[in-house]
Design a protein around this ligand. Structure first.
Ligand SMILES: [Zn+2]
Length: 241
């Protein structure tokens, strides 16, 4: 199967993740590269992150607030201009009409040429929020582009050009991210409340941070190899939306 390399830098792009930190894992280096090239970038986080801790007695109100602060810091590191929080309850995201209208409103208001989101068709995925967030990106595009979907939103339709699905079940596109992997790592490390649960940084932070960075560089190298690049981020690409 042919693998395409590098879209033209979009004028505007929108990355949709289920939780704070998902977008950085999936396409952080690509966003940093596009931001440096002058793209206007928006992130949309679907859930409130209220299940993102292993501490049984955590103050969930404080956790939600700190996860939003961390997300804004990560966005700033990448050069993302806007962050939209939809605040659905973590672990309970669904891809029904209500959330689809909310995502289609974000697409219509921010007018992206490219939308990036979880691959909802990735096999053997157990986290339902990731599957539903991926479906919301895909189905939100269908609703955003056609005028008879959700006319009550009162926002003009918008048709993005391309959908890039990250964590792809099938790789059809790679972005060259040589020189941008460290920005991705810095943005991920801004999610301090996730160090333990998603980055395995806990009781030996120095060593474990270094191991986490090595893992991200290894992943980028493996993705890049598919397309003869030194570092890449891999996607399933859908055009002609
Ligand atoms: Zn997630």
């Amino acid at each position: 199967m042919t693998i395409e390399v590098d879209l033209p830098v979009p004028r505007r792009a929108l990355a949709i993740g289920a939780h704070a930190d998902d977008v950085e894992f999936g396409c952080g280096a690509t966003l940093a590269k596009w931001a440096d090239a002058g793209a206007h970038l928006t992130m949309c986080i679907c859930t409130d992150g209220s299940k993102g801790t292993w501490e049984h007695d955590a103050d969930l109100g404080a956790l939600i607030a700190s996860r939003e602060d961390e997300q804004r810091d990560a966005a700033a590191i990448l050069g993302v201009a806007d962050v939209v929080f939809l605040r659905y309850v973590d672990g309970e995201l669904e891809s029904g009409l209500g959330p689809r209208a909310a995502v289609s409103r974000v697409i219509r208001e921010h007018c992206p040429d490219v939308v990036l989101g979880h691959d909802p068709w990735q096999p053997y995925r157990i986290h339902q929020d990731h599957r539903h967030a991926g479906l919301l990106a895909a189905e939100g595009i269908v609703a955003a582009r056609d005028p008879h979907f959700f006319p009550e939103l009162g926002v003009a339709p918008h048709r993005p050009r391309t959908l890039l699905c990250f964590e792809p079940g099938r790789v059809t596109h790679v972005e060259d991210v040589e020189g941008y992997v460290d920005r991705k790592i810095d943005a991920l490390l801004a999610h301090r409340s996730q160090w333990r649960s998603t980055m395995a940084i806990d009781d030996r932070p120095e060593d474990q941070r270094a191991a986490f960075a090595r893992m991200l560089h290894d992943e980028a190298r493996a993705a890049g190899l598919r397309a003869g690049l030194r570092a890449g981020e891999a996607f399933a690409r859908l055009d002609d939306l």
